[in-house]
Ligand binder design. Sequence first.
Ligand code: ZN
Length: 478
Amino acid sequence: MADLSTLGRRVRHFRTAAGLTLDQLSDATGTAPSHLSLIENGRREPRLSLLESIAAALGVTSATLLDPAPPTARAALEIELERAQASPTYLELGLPQLRAGKTMSEETLRTLVGLHRELERRARQSIATPEEARRANTQQRLEMRQVNNYLPELELLAQAATDQVGHTGGALTHRTVAEMADRVGLTIVHTDDLPHSARCVVDMERGRIYIPPASIPGGHGLRSLALQAIAHKVLEHRPPADYADFLRQRLEASYFAAACLMPREASVAFLSAAKRERSIAIEDLRDAFGVTHEAAALRFTNLATEHLGLTLHYLRVNGDGTVTGAYENDGLPLPLDATGSTEGEVVCRFWSARRAFARRTRTTEHYQYTDTPAGTFFESTQTGTGTPDDFSITLGVPYGESKWFRGRETQLREASTCPDATCCRRPQDGLAERWEGKGWASPRVRTHLFAPLPHGTYPGVDDRELHEFLEAHAGIEA
Ligand SMILES: [Zn+2]
């Protein structure tokens, strides 16, 4: 069945082909010309009896009139324009509705339709669906695995930036970060009214980085935020074209920030010394550079393969066992969904990442050996308390490399056969029968990692909030 717009155009097409005017068709069908005109414009639905008499007058069947195909290529374009102008994307722009009448040239019509197609494509692209987001994220993880999580050009850029301000080791101070910002023409402004969808806002026109007040706990986070903003400027990032581009920019910015906080030369020297002493520990790297455990572990994944010759895995896991961040190039069998994504999947309950939560004292790292179908790994895990959930940070290496790490003498050894469901997912023998049909539970609402993101230039950030914020602050003296 054709829609009214197509039906109307088919009626007009066959009327013109039959050489009839509206008045003549009116005479032949006993229907007012105005009513026929409304039908041809797709604004009235003809009753079946009327459709049959129209068809008879035009020498076609009513099935011909009801065919869902536009009668001509031009009509197809007209219909497409009409539909595009009725789409939410177009209506949002508040522009006039153009009528694709006879007077509109074919060229104009083609141009308009072409622009509408592109507008729709871009609108679709900027709304990252959870599935698109997951795919882009997986793609990026696999690409980074290819290069051992190491980006030499960013190392060089970060080195140039830190050399300029004389940061060669130890903790990077807020003061030095401010100096680094200044060198690229940016001023750090602390403000407590950031849009709630943004952690940090940059006004490129005025050269300002807006971040929360320094009094908010988590000083490392603030230095990192400011460094990421500097990175966007240094790397000349433009508004992302799509979600994959957004992820790439975010990765580059955090890589640059980490490489400034933990410069390559100093970090590699520190880690090489620890390796010689057979005492590599993420907690030491963390303390030496005054960063979070998570930042230190991630930075270790950048440098370990390239500079220490170690393959490894990194996991950030929530208290409920779900992965919120993962990287491996040592073959650890990460839990994956059908698309190959690991974020949001649950890791084996016998892995260090989850066993560490069971400990009473969490002041030091938890060490254990984990047997998996892909071999045995040595893992160290640090747990942390966060909002909304506790989390653990794990760094692991193949068994043979444990000799370089602190904690290798641990007697803890766990066996995991995941992804085999009998490992830790299927209830133990007898329990399933015991409770069948007698148990019920309501799921805790998961914080979705890739919940549909607000429709804007930067996924997750509300454009209106962002622009109102920038406008409000543009007039204030920095
Ligand atoms: Zn398991």
